[in-house]
Design a protein around this ligand. Sequence first.
Ligand SMILES: *Cc1c(COP(=O)(O)O)cnc(C)c1O
Length: 476
Amino acid sequence: MDASAPLLAGPVDIPSVDRLLNAEPLQPLLARYGRSQVTAALRRLLDDYRARAVAGQLLRPALEDAALAQALTATLDDAARPRLRAVYNLTGTVLHTNLGRALLPQEAVAEVARALTAPANLEFDLDSGGRGDRDDLVEDLLCELTGAEAATVVNNNAAAVLLMLNTLAQRREVVVSRGELVEIGGAFRIPDIMQRAGTRLVEIGTTNRTHPHDYAGAIGARTALLMKVHCSNYQITGFTRSVEVDEVVALARPHGLPVVVDLGSGTLVDLRRWGLPGETTVRETIAAGADLVTFSGDKLLGGPQAGLIVGRADLIRKIKKNPLKRALRVGKLTLAALEPVLRLYRAPELLAQTLPTLRLLTRPAAALQAQAQRLCPLLAPALGAEYRIEAAPMFSQIGSGALPLSQVPSHGLRIAAAAGRRAGAGKPLQRLEAALRALPRPVIGRIGEQALWLDLRCLEEDEEAGFVAQWQALRP
Ligand SMILES: *Cc1c(COP(=O)(O)O)cnc(C)c1O
């Protein structure tokens, strides 16, 4: 007989579920996860062990109570870990759609927590004691900040566009310039949304040039409205012509047709004040005569996911009466977060400190450079000899379709494979990228030009220590 044979477990050695559930080492698990969950996980574990015992691949010590409790703890803890996890966004794209876009200020977080744990006057008028409208909670603020007469809020900007078109143009025609028939990431295409809204798209102009007479020529008996769409994620340059909102308004007025504008990101303040590239604000668009403007809550506005529609009171009233509004409305968490964010805009001179999106976008390149130089020597040891890390200038993007070609000077870390060093299998940069994603709080960068780039714009100073600490667990 082989000397190691007595250590191998056989099928008959597998302990019973009932006995184990009463065993001392499992009691903390029962208290934390409850009997049914622990029982199910235990059955799966023992089934697995039985199969391995039959195959002669299980050692006896694995069946001791303490060892079983430890294995169970690992599977139960793993199953209990949230699937939606915090990551470090070092992609350089501040408003990254796949990473959840805008980060909210603490005021908003506190209001959301309150709304989650106490009843609130969501649709209850505290003055009259009667039924209220949930839009009332933010409508005045939105009007104050945009100069619009009325406002309403839905789930996101895609919903805002859908609802606006369905309300005002069902079974009728909507005139849009060919150069503005955009596809935004995540399968939002203006022509598809128009079709789902039950409207007929009338394309005018060419990809690069649309003239006022194109709009004038398209207006007919079936026209419901003229629409302009922000070319969020691309720009047509060179021999171009587009028609500004005020010009479209001048063409629409004699026919009594509304002009609606999907601003996409939509900003409430002039970003040039902070040295950032300029975007037309919602207020300017309303002032130019737009009858309705739609924009997102979680792009440049820096709030929760939401779609905002502002503009003429009679049109907003119609929109609120559309049964689709009920299907697309926002929940109390959104409203609880949106109100304090909007309130911050009453003090625009403080926004670069109070609004996280703007705080990140305005972090000075010099501070980022100092941060990169500080981090470089702290991070190098865990990378080993296979990689070279250096502080490097790079460019951040605002993201989410705001100013796609405008880049914001930034600094960060550039990691390249050291020449001639091939310690592990596979491509070294891809391996490193995967190892960074496997950290307790995954680190997301980007690969390009034979390097992995970690833009530090979204790693604020108070997060630095935690970032460095977990880096030591890196195993590329
Ligand atoms: C981002 C964007 C949308 C979609 O907004 P969501 O809030 O993501 O639904 C629609 N139109 C334009 C022009 C956009 O930039």
